[in-house]
Write a protein that binds this ligand. Structure first.
Ligand SMILES: N[C@@H](CCC(=O)N[C@@H](CSS)C(=O)NCC(=O)O)C(=O)O
Length: 330
């Protein structure tokens, strides 16, 4: 008699010495650039899309993750903006419960205060593509540039360059058109926070550049555009472009005053910075290679390998393995 028993282990972590090429060999995956904005578009349906939107919070780093999906499509294609490793299981459960198909895991920039959930997602949900800006110099499956459009179903996000907090910051803005959500929504990362903005004292930060970015790329959007930042430290959840143009205590000022404010913030460096920046730069691309592992029982199994975090200065490589073991019982 032949019985097939299938055992699914969705996330299994191993800490391995970095010099163990015999067990796991990890190649550098090359990022692919999507060449034309239309390259993201699955169909050219004229039907009005319907947006499902959720704002999710990670309290240790006060980070917002955003879930967007086109629920007018049968497969309900979805994306996450700025997922956090610590809250990833929560977010993936929500996606599963809502019957969505996650297609993109995107970052607005290389975060310094938390580790992105992108790599974990790729280990747990096959087929998801990671996205970050080319200017960030970080690794991802798809690197985007100003003007690119990222389609999920009939809806899309437009990529606007907003450097200044980091050199690679972008703002993702929902599409402009009759079949796109109104008012528009701007996912500003750390460029523009509610009544604040990202600091400019590391990671290629520059206060003149941030001032120019926000004024030229965000404050030129319709005033009713909703502003959804990557962080809030005071309990705000959403603002509008018009509100921030009027009341932002930093960016509503003239440029000289803004620079002066930014030079005198006196913030301590994020506690996670030394771990988060290298981990998030080295994102986290599913490696196509597979390893064959000889089990103690004598059975062989083949496992897909995901590089999770590999800060260059660290001695160990952490590897996430999504494992399905098929045991044949005779
Ligand atoms: N205390 C937090 C870090 C707080 C911080 O520096 N936040 C950044 C965004 S994350 S790099 C920032 O730009 N803040 C601007 C501000 O005005 O607060 C930690 O230790 O993680």
């Amino acid at each position: 008699m032949l019985r097939i028993q299938s055992l699914q282990i969705s996330s299994f972590f191993a800490t391995l010495p970095s010099r163990s090429p015999s067990l796991i060999s990890i190649s550098k995956a090359s990022a692919t650039r999507l060449r034309s904005p239309m390259a993201y578009h699955a169909t050219s349906s004229g039907a009005t899309g319907k947006l499902l939107f959720r704002q999710l919070f990670e309290k240790e780093s006060s980070t917002y993750t955003y879930l967007l999906a086109d629920v007018s499509r049968p497969e309900k294609p979805a994306l996450l903006i700025d997922p956090v490793d610590k809250t990833l299981d929560r977010d993936l459960l929500l996606i599963q419960e809502l019957g969505l198909k996650l297609i993109y895991a995107m970052n607005t920039h290389v975060h310094a205060d938390h580790v992105t959930g992108t790599g974990l997602i790729k280990g747990k949900v096959p087929g998801v593509k990671s996205i970050i800006s080319r200017a960030s110099n970080a690794k991802a499956d798809l690197v985007v540039e100003p003007g690119d459009k990222i389609y999920f179903g009939d809806l899309f996000l437009e990529v606007r360059p907003t450097p200044g907090h980091t050199c690679g910051c972008v703002t993702y803005v929902t599409g402009d058109g009759p079949d796109q959500p109104q008012p528009r929504m701007a996912f500003t990362g750390d460029a523009l926070l509610i009544r604040g903005c990202g600091r400019t004292d590391f990671q290629g930060g520059s206060s003149p550049q941030l001032y120019k970015s926000v004024h030229s790329q965000i404050f030129t959007l319709p005033k009713e555009t909703l502003v959804y930042p990557a962080h809030d430290y005071r309990g705000f959840t959403v603002s509008t472009v018009g509100e921030e143009m009027q009341y932002n205590p930093r960016l509503a000022k003239d440029e000289e005053t803004f620079k002066n404010i930014m030079e005198n913030l006196n913030l301590s460096y994020p506690k996670m910075m030394e771990i988060a920046v290298p981990a998030n730069m080295d994102t986290i691309v599913q490696d196509d290679r597979r390893i064959t592992y000889l089990l103690e029982s004598g059975y062989k199994t083949t496992l897909p390998v995901t590089r999770l975090v590999c800060p260059k200065e660290r001695r160990h490589v952490r590897v996430a393995v999504s494992l399905t073991v098929v045991i044949e019982l005779r």
